[in-house]
Design a protein around this ligand. Structure first.
Ligand SMILES: *Cc1c(COP(=O)(O)O)cnc(C)c1O
Length: 403
């Protein structure tokens, strides 16, 4: 998602007053603790996966209350490893949301399997569980729900459906640290969950990810495949003692995380609750300040969940406006407010239109939502006066272009 980070500078635009303020779309929160910890790791002789990775994995398990965690190079790599460990291959289908980031679907194709898109709910933009049920075919082997913007999707319903149709479940939890679903931590609910530590995610290592699982066999397979398919267990078992000897038992991937990045992750994880509270506070300010403005809806939050607030996505009521979302977004940027759109649904991307002959009307909720959605700045360092400024700019654009 290179378009999100760093925030693009606002264009000079004739007719717009020079912005009195600049609010970036996103700014990472990296502290002195991270800098000092990285310095310490750089002073050791171990830079790749080693003691810091093991520590990060232990800390992560404890935090999300999952029995197994594997640190990986990215959430994308984690999703690939999960599907591979499920045995997904040519002839299989995997149910994926159309309202998601492209990498989640690419991994399905990379394994030779076929993605089956599922439409979203119009309010939360998470997977529509009725549509999920309708799209299941006998070839479907797995489902990959995504917790859009950081809000858990309807996991109870999802697990009912998955159970009835013998589908494996891997959660794309790239947005969802530290979300809760009915009091439980996302990361300990489904068989596998994949988190992202990409630069703009809720905690970051620059690039990186974590896969959690409740299944020891899957944990073993994913760990093996993340490291070239190299097994040392096998040799230990047959009594080979030569330290330099290793055995490849499968053509694996290169998807491990380095100790340098794990060092950043350990520190970020310690601050995860504090970073979340700061994002929740921003969401509360938006709810309060956007509430009175007609024509724009703050995000709908399900009861009994904790939203991780990776993104704050509002929906424009286009019937009240003389301009579309694209123009709205440009005016906001010209006023100094970084913003973005998540996502152009996958079924509307060039590749999928061609390869799957997908039409906009095949996924009506996602297609319609795409025209209305706008992601506003939200990050721990965002202040109340920044949010007030963002909302006052929105209010001005609304007044200026009201129908
Ligand atoms: C960021 C993101 C990913 C990919 O994460 P990486 O760590 O960059 O591979 C996957 N799915 C969603 C929904 C994301 O937002």
């Amino acid at each position: 998602m290179p378009s999100d980070y760093p925030a693009p500078p606002p264009p000079a635009s004739a007719g717009e007053p020079f912005p009195s303020r600049q609010v970036p779309y996103f700014r990472p929160s990296v502290g002195e603790e991270e800098r000092e910890a990285v310095r310490q790791t750089l002073n050791t002789d171990w830079l790749t996966s080693g003691p810091r990775v093991a520590e990060f994995e232990r800390d992560f398990c404890a935090y999300v209350e999952a029995p197994f965690a594997i640190a990986v190079a990215s959430a994308t790599a984690g999703l690939l490893l999960a599907l591979e460990a499920f045995g997904v291959a040519a002839g299989d289908e995997v149910l994926v949301p159309t309202m998601t980031f492209a990498s989640a679907v690419a991994v399905v194709l990379q394994l030779g399997a076929q993605p089956v898109f599922v439409d979203c709910r119009p309010d939360t933009l998470t997977m529509d569980m009725d549509d999920l049920e309708r799209r299941i075919t006998p070839r479907c082997k797995a489902v990959m729900p995504m917790h859009y913007a950081g809000q858990p999707c309807e996991l109870d319903r999802l697990h009912q459906i998955a159970g009835a149709h013998h589908l494996r479940v891997v959660e794309d939890a790239a947005h969802a640290l530290p979300a809760l679903y009915h009091g439980r931590r996302v990361g300990a609910i489904s068989e596998v969950s994949c988190f992202s530590f990409y630069a703009n995610k809720t905690i970051t290592t620059g690039e990186g990810g974590m896969v959690t699982t409740t299944n020891p066999d899957l944990a073993k397979r994913m760990r093996l495949m993340a490291n070239h398919g190299i097994s040392r267990d096998l040799l230990t078992a047959v009594g080979v003692k030569r330290w330099w000897r290793y055995e490849v038992v499968a053509p694996g991937y290169k998807a491990n995380l380095s100790d340098i990045l794990a060092t950043i992750g350990i520190q970020q994880l310690k601050r995860s609750e504090a970073l979340w509270r700061a994002r929740q506070r921003c969401a509360d300010w938006y709810a309060e300040l956007l509430g009175p403005i007609p024509g724009i809806a703050a995000p709908y939050v399900f009861p009994n969940v904790r939203h991780a607030w990776h993104m704050h996505v509002v929906q424009l009521d286009l019937s009240q406006l003389r301009i579309g979302r694209d123009e709205f977004s440009e005016h906001l940027l010209a006023a100094g407010v970084g913003n973005s759109v998540h996502y152009l649904p996958l079924h509307l991307h060039e590749y999928y239109r061609q390869a799957f002959r997908s039409e906009p009307e095949d996924f009506p909720a996602a297609t319609a939502a795409y025209d209305r959605i706008l992601s506003l700045p939200i990050f721990p360092g965002l202040h109340r006066d920044d949010v007030e400024y963002v909302v006052s700019c929105i209010s001005n654009i609304m007044r200026r272009f009201r129908r």
